[in-house]
Design a protein around this ligand. Sequence first.
Ligand SMILES: [Fe+2]
Ligand SMILES: [Fe+2]
Length: 412
Amino acid sequence: MANYTTTTITPKYHDAMVDWQKKNFPELAILEKYWEDHFKGQPPFELVAKVGDLQSDTVMVGQYTGRKRFERAKEMVGNAFFSARDIIRAQASTELGSIQQHTLTLDKAISDRGKFAVLRIMAEELRHAYQMFWVLDQDQTWKKPGLGDVANQTIEELLSMELGSHVLDAFNIDFNDFLDNVTYATVIDLVGKYQLEMQQVFSYAPMARSMGPMLLEESFHLGSGRALLKDIGEMASRGEGDYSVEDMQRALNLWFPRGLEMFGNEKGGETAVTFGFKDKTNGTAQNEYIEEVRGVVRNVNIAMVQERIAGISRQDAHAVIDEIEKSGDPSRGVKPEDIISLPDVKFFRKRGMDEFVFMPYDVRGDLLTEGGTQLSPDGYLRYLATVLPEKFIGSREYDKYVDQMREHYSDK
Ligand SMILES: [Fe+2]
Ligand SMILES: [Fe+2]
C-alpha cells in the first residue's frame, strides 16, 4: 500500500470544484448513497488531495539528475516551468473531460455493477483533477512577472472546458453508448496509467508525490474496463445484450488511435526526459502500451472463443485465435469476425509521424488505393464509415477530423 497524507486546497477553488461537480457530475450523490452496497469495506470517496512518498529525494532522470527535486515552481527555469504547467494542465483536462464523457451514457449501463464501476471511476477522476489543482494551488510560485498568476489562470481555464475544448482529442469525443464507457476505461485509462507511472520521477516534487495515490485508483479503472469488456464479449458471443462483436471492433477502432496519440509524437518526448518529468520517451512508452492493449484484446478473445466452443481450454482457445489470425480463415467453427483485433498503429491517425497522419491506411495497416493511386480523402471517409461506430460519423469530433484532413491536403 502506498503511504499518503490527505489535504485540501484553498476554499475558493475547493468550492469551485464542488460547483463544477454539481453541474457536471450530480450522480456523485448516488455513488455516495450506495457506496457500501458495491464497495463494502473500502474507504468511501472523499474530495481531497493525496500526498504520497517520493521514490527518491533527488531527480532521477535528465539534465538535473542527482540534484534535489524542485519543491517550488520558480526553481524550474525557462521552458521547464511552462512545460510542467502544460503537463499538469493536460492531465487535469483529461480527468475533467472523462467525467463529462462518462456521464453521457451512464444510464445505458449493462448492469448495476457496470454503472457503479463507472460512477466510482468518475468520482476518482474528479479527485485526480482536484489533485492537479492542488499541485498548482499549494505553491505560491506558479506566478511569473508579467504573466500574473499562472496557477489561477490555469484552474479557471480548466473549470470552463467543455467537451470539444479539452486539450487532447480523446477527451472531446462524445460517448454514444455504454460500450464507449467500457472501451474507454480499457484503452484510454491505460494511457493514463503509463503517464502516471512515468511521472513518478517528476523533478517537480509535488507532482511526483501525486502519482502513487492516483495510480492506485487507476488500477480500479483498468480492471473494471477489462472485466466489463469481457462480459460484453461473452454476451455478444451468445447473441445476447445490446452489442455485437462488430460493435466492439468499431469501438476499439475509434478509441485506440486516440489512445496512441495521447503519448505525443512517437519520435518525440526527449524534452520531458531532459527536464526530468518522465523517464521514457513517447515512442518507448507507446510501444509498451501497444503490447499491453494487444494482451487485453487477446484476453477478451479467449473469453469469446470459450463461450463459442464449450469446454475448450485456455491453451486451445489461444491456438484457435493464433490460427484465425495467421490464416484469416475460420478455425474450429470460429470465424474471423467472431473475434476482435487491434487496429494497426497507422490507421485513422491525425497526429504523430508524417508517414501516416491523415493517410488512408486501413485497420490492417495497408495503404488503400484506387486505380493505382492513393485513395482520396473522400474515399477514405467512405471507408471509415464502414469501420467506425455509426454514431461517431457526422459527430462534432468527426467533423473536426474531416476539416483537419481537408486542410492537411490543401496545404500540400
Ligand atoms: Fe484519472
Ligand atoms: Fe482513470
